[in-house]
Write a protein that binds this ligand. Sequence first.
Ligand code: ADP
Length: 624
Amino acid sequence: MHASKSILSSSAPPERVGVDLSDLETLRRILRMALLHKRGMAVALATVVVAAVFQLTIPRFLGSAVDSAQGLIGAGENAVARGALWQTAALLLAASLLRGLFTMWHNYQGEAVGQRIAYDLRMAYYAKLQQLSFGFHDSVHTGELITRGMLDIEGVRTVVNAGFMRLVLILVLLGAGAFLLLRQDALLGLVALSFVPFAGWRSVVARLRLRASWLALQEKLGVLTRVMEENLSGIRVVRAFAAQPFELAKFEEVSRHTLALADRRIDIRVRNAVAMTYAFFIAMGLVLWIGGTKVLDGSMSVGTLTEYLAFMAILQMPVRQLGMTVNAFARASMCGARLFEVLDREPAIADRPGAADLEIGDAVVRFENVSFSYSGAPPGDRPAPVTLHDVDFEVRAGRTLGIVGPPGSGKSTIAHLIPRYYDVDSGRVTIDGQDVRDVTLRSLRRAVSVVQQDTFLFTASIENNVAYGDPWAEPAGITHSSEVARLHDYIAGLPAGYGTLVGERGVSLSGGQRQRLSIARSVLLGAHVLVFDDSTAAVDAATERAIREALRAETTDRATIIIAHRLGSLMHADEIIFLEAGRIVERGSHDALLALGGRYADLFALQSLDGETPTADGTPEHRS
Ligand code: ADP
């Protein structure tokens, strides 16, 4: 899909600097979003026009003031001339004040509408990120999604004021200004306006170049963010391997590129500012020369010449800023396109129309000839390798299935297919005869709880972390599930008990404690299908056995699947399947598999040698 490519291929140079038709469509969409805020937009437009009109009256008043002053000088103490001067000065002051007031007002309104659009987009974007499937999140780097989300929304926000409103202002000022100047004296008008095309062109070119370098800069900043994010989240690995110099060198290289880009931007900006200033002063010099001659031969008043010069000064700013306006549009169209690309994306995993809630009876989980591949690769590329081949098994309430196999054999993938994190390529996954693709995701994910090896803790109290899936849980339920997970005694011993803050800024839990917290979280949910995905790997064998005993009482009406490396964790299961390269190569009870003398028996013998079998119960917990 074309749309998926641009966000996925973050390294592609973002060279699109012109304004093409798809850009215009994006801008139309942003304008439609802005027009949803009818009142705000109406006030902003009205105030921008009024501000422009007041600004256009200023040169006329200035001209009159100069002529009145000249009249005063010529006629000595003339009360009429003095009165006219005072009156013009008062009008000039009033026009300037009103212009300032309306400028402030339209800026405020434009900004307010921009902020509202940003809010709408932010909420829609965040909501979409919650819905998009794991397949999407697998293919996009998290840091990139965050950086782009923030910057792109900013790019769209600013277009209301710096784009749409400014364009209206420029059109009114330039249109009406040119009309007034050319009407009075066509030649002088043309000379006065001569700097406009050149300065406007330079401004636009400079801005488009700046935009291209800005995009390159953003890419570099994205890389910097990613390097920093990885460094911070992997800080223990970095320190443990004394890799600080390597990390610094990596960061410095990208930093140096960023600096070079920043230098280039300064260069473009300064060169063009100088060119535009020259163009303006040359035009002004010409107006003074031609106009001055006319004043000398009496065909033009000094006031009229002043009017021309004042008009030029007024037009100078918007013309110099024309590039900024074009840039605001170009930036918004690109940022908007990237945002809409995510917003328009249909989640690959979603409820089918008319999907019913899952009805649970005996909680029979069945895999029927399931084959699956992670199809993250874009179409046309090499097909993704098949991760699971014709996997078949069944487990029901009160029974336990064990899954064992070498790393990468597809064990976790099986765990991901039951709650439909991904959809199977062929075959079916059913619960009580209902295909998981035919039931609502909400009911399915309430019925299936997967306890992962990597536990994520939110920066919140232990209590809130345990109750994450059920915010209405009673304290008694939280305590009970923590007891089942053999974590209650530890929590009770903490000074703040269940109120203790954990997560990035809270107390640091050991790997085993985190896993037990995760088990408590799942037990509390009371799901009918419990999947433990290597979720006791960091728990010592004795504690693991105690948890298993406690869980047995809990799981009589639940189907349990245990994925483990340590055979002691699953040898009690009713059926064990041995997975290799995505295929079930052996299956049966522990005793049957030992009797078979195959891979399972080999692994058991190996782990017995290493002291990892259930008789060893003092494996120390690892801090993580
Ligand atoms: P196990 O749990 O047995 O260690 P997994 O089920 O995690 O194995 O992985 C099986 C295979 O699928 C591995 O080759 C792994 O690289 C690949 N894989 C796992 N997760 C993803 C993913 N999100 N995207 C693409 N490939 C994946």
